[in-house]
Design a protein around this ligand. Sequence first.
Ligand code: SF4
Ligand code: SF4
Length: 376
Amino acid sequence: MVKVALLRVEDYDYQKVEDAIRRGLALLDIGEDFFRGKEVLLKPNLLAPAPVEKPVCSHPSVVRGMARVAQEGGGKVGVGDSPGLGSVQRVARACGLTPLLQELGVPLLSFEDKVEKKFPEGGICKAFPLTSLLEEKEVLVNLARLKTHNLTRYTGAVKNLYGCIPGHQKGAYHLRFNQVENFHKMLGDLLGLVRPPLSLVDGIVSMEGPGPRRGNPRSTGFLVMSRDAVAADVMACRLVGINPEEVLHLKHAGEMEFGVTKYQEIELVGDPEEELRVQGFQQSQGSGAPTGIIPPFLANLMRDLFIFLPRVIPDQCKACGVCVESCPAEVITMDKEVARIDTKNCIRCYCCQELCPHEAIVLERSFTLKGILKRR
Ligand code: SF4
Ligand code: SF4
């Protein structure tokens, strides 16, 4: 059995969040020796610059709370990530994290230097380029934000580790694992390699709808903590009505025995699950369509029939070029000051839609035979 702590937390009041984290650690039997005398790396989700009201990144109160608890426990704390867009400093400034870290004397670290790590146990991916900070630090605390995700359906503790791959390498992995099922398997393998000893999913205010950047804030009122990132995600999914079996990276990680997906193998501690359940949580668009329950050939056909393609709204495009830079398939060009997508060769990773700072890219369903032929 693996323990998962469910903690009711209504808002981001500093003291409430800190108290909840302390309670979670106690419920998980994590004592003071977990942090004492150790180099601790907190890995929040710092996806892209966004104001704190938008749940794009980990909430600063959660990062602050864990940093304080780890410092009090005798750890030497640093916070780091590799954002999808912008520098880690810019993202931290935008969401209001910078002054809180300065107050605590906690350095903000950028995942730039990489170390090639072999992983023969991986199901589909046998090596990853990871931030060298994972080798330098002794304890990794994985601080995820609960969000929907147009490509992976849900992003939480396991998907948050994708940020451990520095900079543009992330795009290369989108290209290499350009079938959505394979991308999920790669994420599951990445967890198997990184194996954070503590994961937290921030679901105090989550993102619903077209996440992970364009969705809407939804007050959901809980934190989930566990030593097992997969089990934490399974419970976070259940609380907001996402079927964890349809989140294929969780399924793969479970099959590979990198974490626990079976509900009967999870021991819940803390507040009752039924009291924290959220009704009517809006799901994602895109490749998050439930493909895990059908054979791969049918899934690929369905992908062509039902899945979304990106489209630029010309009037909203500011010709900033972010999408051109972020497209791993290099199928976006600038044409008369407007981005143009060669959808025929698009691998549907949705990085462009996720990262466009001007909300100028939408996803549109391609589900007619005409639509498919047009793509060919
Ligand atoms: S990122 Fe958005 S605004 Fe910038 S060029 Fe691409 S579509 Fe236009
Ligand atoms: S056009 Fe957008 S969705 Fe298509 S491959 Fe490029 S970044 Fe991914």
